[in-house]
Design a protein. Structure first.
Length: 282
């Protein structure tokens, strides 16, 4: 089962992984097998994957191919059946509290305002945050995600895009160094999706975050990522890896009409189309 929304961090000793050249995220022969009603189901074949510090990596593939399982392994919500998962070179053996996890559902509390939904993350921390500091941090995040003027609106009074911004701010207030994102914009219409993609890339650049992003949308993957990882149909394995050599900052509204975007989209679809057909047959 996917996690509710923003889940944070595995305890690991302080270190400077960039100085040591250690990947931020590393899967080494990591696989995952589930047992469903007494039957063994392999969701993920042994996978080797590295994500560098401040790198944006997108995972694409047919439904059920292990993309969300990969995120859950990095978050420490699942343990690999074989192999290991490392974060800053340290095995993930518990909840990974140095990452923020955002899923397709925003899971906002309907009885709380936008500001109160964002602030609830600080209330759940083991160390109490002084009220004045909490209010200041909430206000900063509201400005950062463009919700000034909507602080006191309840979720039912917000558009889908605004709700997504609240969910994103609620995760960012933890100040995670890494975001795990599982189809966070999948339920939005095409126009809102473009707006959220543009805002996300700006936030990631400002915060200098590492991102592991799951999507079914090849265009979204190319627009946002430094690398795109193509997964096969279940049981998932890495079929292809493509660098996205498009300059940053990127105009997500216009880049889809460029030759480089179209060429890479075609290459990725050539790798993916047979796997999608297999996924339908599974």
């Amino acid at each position: 089962m996917p996690p509710r929304d923003a889940v944070m961090v595995a305890d690991a000793p302080a270190r400077d992984p960039r100085a040591a050249g250690v990947p931020k995220i590393e899967l080494v022969g990591a696989s995952k097998t589930f047992y469903v009603r007494g039957q063994e189901v392999t969701a993920l074949q042994p996978v080797d994957l590295t994500v560098g510090d401040q790198e944006f990596v997108a995972l694409v593939g047919p439904s059920g191919c292990g993309k969300s399982t990969t995120l859950n392994l990095v978050a420490g919500l699942l343990r690999p059946s074989r192999g290991e998962v490392l974060y800053d070179g340290v095995p993930v053996t518990a909840l990974n509290r140095r990452v923020g996890y955002i899923t397709q559902k925003d899971t906002l509390l309907p009885w709380r305002t936008a500001a109160a939904n964002i602030g609830v993350a600080l209330e759940l921390q083991s160390r109490a945050v002084p009220r004045a500091e909490a209010q200041e941090r909430v206000a900063q995040l509201i400005d950062l995600v463009g919700l000034r003027g909507f602080e006191n609106h309840y979720p039912a009074e917000l558009s889908g895009g605004m709700r997504k911004r609240v969910a994103l701010a609620r995760t960012l207030i933890y100040e995670p160094e890494c975001l795990l994102m599982d189809e966070p914009f999948g339920a939005l219409d095409a126009q809102l999706k473009l707006l959220m993609q543009d805002q996300l890339q700006q936030l990631v650049h400002q915060r200098r975050m590492t991102v592991l992003f799951v999507t079914h949308d090849l265009g979204e993957a190319i627009a946002l990522a430094d690398r795109v990882i193509v997964f096969s149909a279940r049981p998932g394995r890495i079929r292809a890896v493509r660098d996205v050599a498009l300059p940053r900052p990127r105009d997500v509204f216009k880049m889809r009409f460029t030759e480089g975007f179209g060429r890479l989209h075609e290459e990725l679809w050539d790798e993916l189309k047979d796997e999608v057909a297999k996924g339908v047959d599974v």
